[in-house]
Design a protein around this ligand. Structure first.
Ligand SMILES: Cc1ncc(COP(=O)(O)O)c(C=O)c1O
Length: 379
């Protein structure tokens, strides 16, 4: 992959200033990139109406409260949201127990992953992560100047924290951890993750991506936010796309020490969060009724799907989120073609010279229909 040197970055910045959609192109290229040879040949996110089991979305969102708030915000849609965004940052800061200068809002947490990858990658060195995992930060870092050091998951498809600690090098700048992980939904032991983050953040910035954390029961949601409050070199990222079901509105945020926030924010090209996104997020935040509804429905549909995988005696990661990864029972490209013909979109990943199916959890009815179709696909 071609890297972007400091000089090229300057040129890119000039191109952005000239109104060329370079940032958008790069984001599309990297964030919607194929994750396997099969996807390279078949294509990803092809047009057409499919049951979406390919993007780990929330099929129940937006919540009733968010829908009302979006409607009510219409009278403000002709106004820039500077004041509303500031106000919302305060709400988030109170929730997270930090001051507002610890918070950066983004057009989805994906934007913040991309900016972190750029801001750190441009200085060279390395970013370290498990593999497979959500790749945006590392893809941007590589494109900008850094090396991506990958550490395979363990045999249960969970992050191997010991191996990751050993893989950190003197030039490692960011250590990226996703908990629960995408594409596996597997979770880490909270005490182990905490001591790993404490220890490793003395050497590099630890980025704790908690996009799916709220899929766990409230008592089991062990965020690394406490380390941010204690001034560790830790970034926590959260999104309104998953449990809150607002993926299409694009709003996420990171929490970190103000100097880290400033370093990342300076690469943000004038993102202004939209009025409906802010209204919906404000109404959604802490909506326990909708969160537990989603959690319950997701667990029901995931259990159904895991029973199906059990009935086939197929190995899969122990998912606590809305996604499951299992070895592809036949050639990946054929699976993509045949599931698509039957109206479903899933993903194929390459990992350890094998192909893997990544299936997002939809509604129970969707999973019932999908397992029927999948039986035909593999027949
Ligand atoms: C682990 C993880 N982080 C971040 C994101 C980005 O989500 P968004 O940009 O919608 O916040 C995703 C999306 O699937 C994800 O899986």
């Amino acid at each position: 992959m071609e890297t972007v040197s400091r000089r090229n970055w300057l040129k890119s910045a000039v191109a952005l200033g000239a109104g060329l959609p370079l940032g958008i192109t790069l984001a599309n290229e990297l964030m919607a990139a194929p994750v396997s040879q099969a996807e390279k040949r078949h294509g990803v996110f092809r047009p057409g109406k499919l049951v979406r089991l390919g993007s780990n979305e929330n099929p129940y969102g937006p919540s009733p409260k968010a829908r009302e708030a979006i409607k009510a915000s219409i009278t403000e849609h002709n106004r820039y949201s500077f004041a509303e965004a500031q106000e919302f940052k305060k709400v988030l800061a109170d929730k997270e127990g930090v001051s507002p200068d610890h918070i950066l809002l983004g057009a989805g947490s994906g934007e913040l992953l991309a900016l972190t990858g750029m801001g750190i990658g441009i200085e060279g060195g390395a970013v370290l992560s498990a593999f497979p995992t959500f790749r945006t930060l590392m893809e941007f870092a590589v494109r900008f100047n850094a090396r991506w050091d990958k550490v395979d998951l363990d045999e249960t498809l969970t992050h191997n924290l010991e191996a990751m600690a050993s893989a950190a090098k003197p030039d490692t700048k960011v250590i990226f951890v996703v908990n629960p992980n995408n594409p596996t939904g597997t979770v880490l032991d909270p005490a182990k993750l905490k001591s790993f983050s404490e220890e490793m953040s003395r050497k590099a910035i630890v980025y704790s991506d908690e996009a799916y954390l709220e899929f766990l029961e409230p008592g089991q949601q062990h965020s690394m936010i406490d380390l941010v409050r204690k001034d560790y070199n830790v970034i926590v990222s959260r999104t309104f796309s998953k449990i809150y079901g607002l993926a299409g509105l694009r709003l996420g945020y990171i929490v970190a020490k103000p100097d880290i926030i400033r370093k990342i924010a300076k690469y943000q090209p004038g993102t202004i969060i939209s009025q409906p996104a802010l209204a919906a997020a404000k109404a959604s935040l802490g909506d326990n009724e909708f969160m537990s509804f989603t959690r319950k429905k997701n667990a029901e549909a995931r259990d159904y799907f895991c029973k199906y995988l059990d009935s086939k005696k197929w190995f899969y990661g122990n998912s606590h989120a809305n996604v499951v990864l299992f070895p592809a029972p036949k050639d990946g490209k054929t699976i993509l073609e045949e599931t698509e013909k039957r109206g479903f979109q899933i993903r194929i990943w390459d990992y350890q010279d094998k192909e893997w199916c990544r299936v997002s959890i939809g509604t129970l009815d969707e999973m019932k229909a999908f397992t029927k179709a999948f039986d035909e696909v593999i027949a």
